[in-house]
Design a protein around this ligand. Structure first.
Ligand SMILES: *Cc1c(COP(=O)(O)O)cnc(C)c1O
Length: 383
């Protein structure tokens, strides 16, 4: 399928240092949990300006661990945005909770604080904000809603590592934040994720959760005999391997350079698209420093040509555009199990008809942006 000149919407960058780091971990005494795991966790925590990071096997595992750590259980409601990847809502369901879908702001596609406010009820336990495309949400506005009601504020920051809000790094903006290290994200470990928090209790719960619910208190082991361990809660095997963390450490060292490159590419898109009617980049909130996991535009339907047509024409021309996302409440599972459906989040539903993610990854050349924009102009109908 992938022709040599096909430009994907996202792609990892792997250099010789990354390869050497993985090879050296493979040649060490440790394949799974070893010294690279805490080293990677320290690097992630330090990049986020918080005390604790717990590395796990995926971003989805990180969301599950976060929901468990804040105590989501049967009957609890958790407010999540409709415009996100399914894993955000699924993590609530894993814990027996009910995701309640909030609508998004039409200009940024970030969770709308006024929509959240309308949905808070007696069973609400937490709000999950998603830093859609890499732009941090307005956590200050969300805190005004969550703090007085003792609700937990969670950041699904899988798009946004390296971003910040008024100089406060993503990862430090919510009670607990989650990251993914899937290859399309900023930093990769193949598969992987992290729970990041300033709260020692949340971090401790996530550590136990990723290892079957087994405590690893060494003082207790010394007391009881070294063979002894206790399973105190129901957990999972959500561990990440040492060689993945070796890759993560090597990758994370380049995060700053990569985010800067993503911002340059975004600025080039912004400039080129300014003169193209009907193609509108998403807005940036004041104070937000965008990490540009995605570069999303809205393509207004005109002259009988909708987003689907533009999408297939671009793909046929070797431009690997994508659509992020089908609103979660429209998926058959949620319709069937939670009675959701069209009309629940009209802003997200209308946006879904128009959004396109243009190619965005640090290995792109300036000329790739120009090629995307020129192809877009060519496939759009005459105004
Ligand atoms: C990628 C992603 C996830 C899931 O991460 P995995 O590592 O693929 O499990 C969750 N939420 C959002 C918003 C994501 O983009």
């Amino acid at each position: 399928m992938h022709k040599p000149d096909f430009l994907p919407y996202g792609r990892q960058s792997i250099d010789d240092d990354d390869v050497a780091a993985v090879v050296s971990a493979l040649r060490s005494d440790w394949l799974t949990t070893g010294p690279m795991v805490p080293r990677f966790e320290e690097a992630v925590a330090s990049a986020c300006g918080v005390e604790h990071a717990v590395a796990v096997s995926s971003g989805t595992a990180a969301l599950h661990a976060a929901m468990n750590a804040i105590g989501i259980g049967r009957g609890d409601e958790v407010i999540v945005p409709a415009m996100t990847f399914v894993a955000t809502a699924n993590a609530v369901v894993y814990c027996g909770g009910r995701p309640v879908f909030a609508d998004v702001d039409p200009t940024t596609l970030l969770i709308s604080p006024s929509s959240v406010e309308r949905l808070i009820g007696p069973r609400t336990k937490a709000v999950v904000a998603v830093d859609y495309a890499g732009q941090p949400c307005d956590y200050d506005a969300l805190r005004v809603l969550t703090s007085p009601r003792s609700l937990k504020l969670v950041a699904d920051a899988c798009h946004a590592i390296g971003g910040s809000d008024r100089d406060r790094p993503v990862g430090s903006l919510a009670d607990v934040s989650t990251f993914s290290f899937h290859p399309v994200k900023h930093v990769t470990t193949g598969e992987g994720g992290a729970v990041v928090t300033g709260d020692a209790e949340i971090a401790a719960k996530a550590r136990v959760f990723r290892n079957h619910g087994i405590t690893t208190d060494h003082r207790q082991r010394e007391r009881e005999g070294s063979w002894f361990y206790e399973m105190v809660d129901l957990g999972f095997n959500y561990r990440i391997t040492d060689f993945q963390c070796a890759l993560g450490i090597s990758q994370l060292a380049k995060l700053g350079v990569w985010v800067a490159r993503r911002r340059q590419l975004a600025a080039r898109y912004d400039e080129a698209l300014r003169t193209i009617p009907g193609v509108q980049p998403l807005a940036i909130r004041p104070g937000a420093a965008h990490a540009y996991h995605l570069y999303v535009v809205r393509v207004a339907p005109r002259a009988g040509t909708d987003r689907a047509t533009v999408y297939s024409r671009l793909r046929a021309s070797g431009i690997g555009v994508n659509v992020h996302y089908v609103p979660v409440h429209l998926h058959p599972f949620y319709r069937r199990e939670f009675g959701t459906g069209p009309g629940l989040c009209p802003v997200a539903e209308a946006a879904y008809e128009e959004i396109l993610s243009l190619p965005m990854f640090p290995g792109m050349a300036d000329g790739d942006v120009d090629r995307v924009v020129n192809t877009l102009v060519r496939v759009l109908p005459e105004a």
